[in-house]
Design a protein around this ligand. Structure first.
Ligand SMILES: Nc1ncnc2c1ncn2[C@@H]1O[C@H](COP(=O)(O)OP(=O)(O)OP(=O)(O)O)[C@@H](O)[C@H]1O
Ligand SMILES: Nc1ncnc2c1ncn2[C@@H]1O[C@H](COP(=O)(O)OP(=O)(O)OP(=O)(O)O)[C@@H](O)[C@H]1O
Ligand SMILES: [Mg+2]
Ligand SMILES: [Mg+2]
Lengths: 254, 254
């Protein structure tokens, strides 16, 4: 049983990378074989897992554009059950280089095909856009996990994202499901946070994860040490919330 | 005297739109003829100024792809000296449609040429990527204003952005300057904010604006009413900080 999840939202700074990295680490802690594929040229997921520019010799770029076998690319991380395919700035060029490819939206799906059954979960961290890299991820995925910051602009962009998901379902990937909508950076002292939560509940109902990720400075400190929250501060609210999200995802397995 | 400023940073959610909208409004309040060009398909600057999907008949897309005269596109706003060229989701297609254009990076520069002298300031709100829309903005601009959130990932992406700026200066726009680096969402209670500020001061020195934008919930509430901070809550820290930034920009005029 292997599940490929795209973590996507074209709105910037909503917690895509923080979610991809920390969910992957708790899945690995629960002994699920997990792979993170960094599909963002900013390579934040790579550095969030401790892989600086010196550790990114072979990346998502080589896998997609040069058709290098992913088994020759993914690297071990500090967690036993977690591997990473890093990214780097060369991936910026891929958005343009993919344009003349035949089936340009299916390149990533083809790349991941050979390793699909080596893992229980493959999580793709997407860039903040609806361009070819995100389209490739949505086409390769079984489901999409959508983080939404508890802010007005983040809520506004959702209909654009859901339209894109519907187009992908219709033309590129009939089986694409919505894994869930995740509220992030929730601050219980702010009315805005509560308003966005109420709107999201009305709009998404069951599709909204029961877990809400609270705003927690430990989550934004951890990347500066190249460590996920499970290794940086397991006692924090951030760790508690991402563990609870992981339990929800694992419960979907049945 | 007319100045075209690109507000850009490929890192998502760092305060590009909040800066473009609120700086433009205070410039207009200081009776500078100001135009906001929304170059982001998310159209957050458009909605932050009160222009919902129903008010975006002609947009940046028509100006760039169909070569419609910008005088037939820009609209009046609630502020006398402020106009807006809105955006909408069709602009997502422009990233791919521009690829075969001759001089594909200079399309926006050509579009804005006829109206350049109608304004004292033209501010372009860029999407969170280094793709063709941002390259077009950097090529059309006299200077680039770079908002940086007081977080680790935001600081990490700066070298990628500065490399891109150098490439644009070398090949596309020799005159491109750096207007300044702006720290946003600063929270004086957090060590992380202070650390990022110290790093930024060391790294950028003079290029760092003296003004730091503090985290202020009023700034994130205002867009849900379609109003900039000057109309939503002039007494807030957010308004105070963006006024102070405006004074710094106006002092650069001499
Ligand atoms: N729950 C949280 N509490 C506090 N800070 C958070 C939280 N989640 C994320 N952050 C911080 O907020 C910033 C944005 O988060 P992140 O980079 O994960 O978003 P993103 O959607 O991946 O951004 P991009 O659109 O640039 O890819 C980061 O600096 C991160 O450390
Ligand atoms: N100083 C501030 N204090 C509090 N909230 C802020 C501040 N500046 C911006 N915000 C909020 O943070 C979120 C991100 O800001 P904004 O949308 O302006 O960033 P952006 O860089 O334009 O994002 P994108 O990369 O998606 O274009 C928004 O919800 C905004 O309302
Ligand atoms: Mg990210
Ligand atoms: Mg924006």
């Amino acid at each position: 049983m292997s599940k490929i999840i795209a973590v996507a939202n074209q709105k910037g700074g909503v917690g895509k990378t923080t979610t991809a990295v920390n969910l992957a680490c708790f899945l690995a802690a629960a002994e699920r074989k997990t792979l993170v594929v960094d599909v963002d040229p900013q390579a934040n997921a790579s550095s969030g897992l401790g892989f600086g520019p010196e550790n990114r010799e072979k990346t998502t770029y080589e896998m997609m554009i040069d058709h290098v076998d992913p088994r020759d690319i993914y690297q071990d991380t500090e967690l036993d059950f977690l591997k990473l395919i890093p990214s780097d700035i060369r991936l910026v060029g891929a958005e343009i280089e993919l344009v003349p490819f035949e089936n340009r939206e299916k390149v990533l799906k083809k790349s991941l095909q050979p390793i699909r059954d080596d893992f229980d979960y493959i999580l793709m961290d997407c860039p903040p856009s609806l361009g070819l890299l995100t389209l490739n991820s949505l086409t390769a995925a079984d489901s999409v996990l959508v983080p939404i910051q508890c802010e007005y602009y983040a809520l506004e962009g959702i209909s654009q994202l859901l339209n894109t998901v519907r187009l992908v379902q219709k033309h590129l990937n009939h089986g694409l499901q919505i894994e869930g909508i995740l509220l992030t950076m929730f601050d219980s002292r702010l009315n805005l946070s509560k308003q966005v939560r109420d709107e999201a509940l009305k709009f998404f109902g069951e599709k909204l994860f029961k877990t809400t990720i609270r705003r927690n400075v430990k989550l934004s400190e951890a990347p500066s040490f190249g460590r996920p929250i499970i290794l940086y501060d397991i006692t924090s609210y951030g760790a508690e919330d991402y563990l609870s999200l992981t339990q929800e995802i694992i419960n979907h397995e049945q």
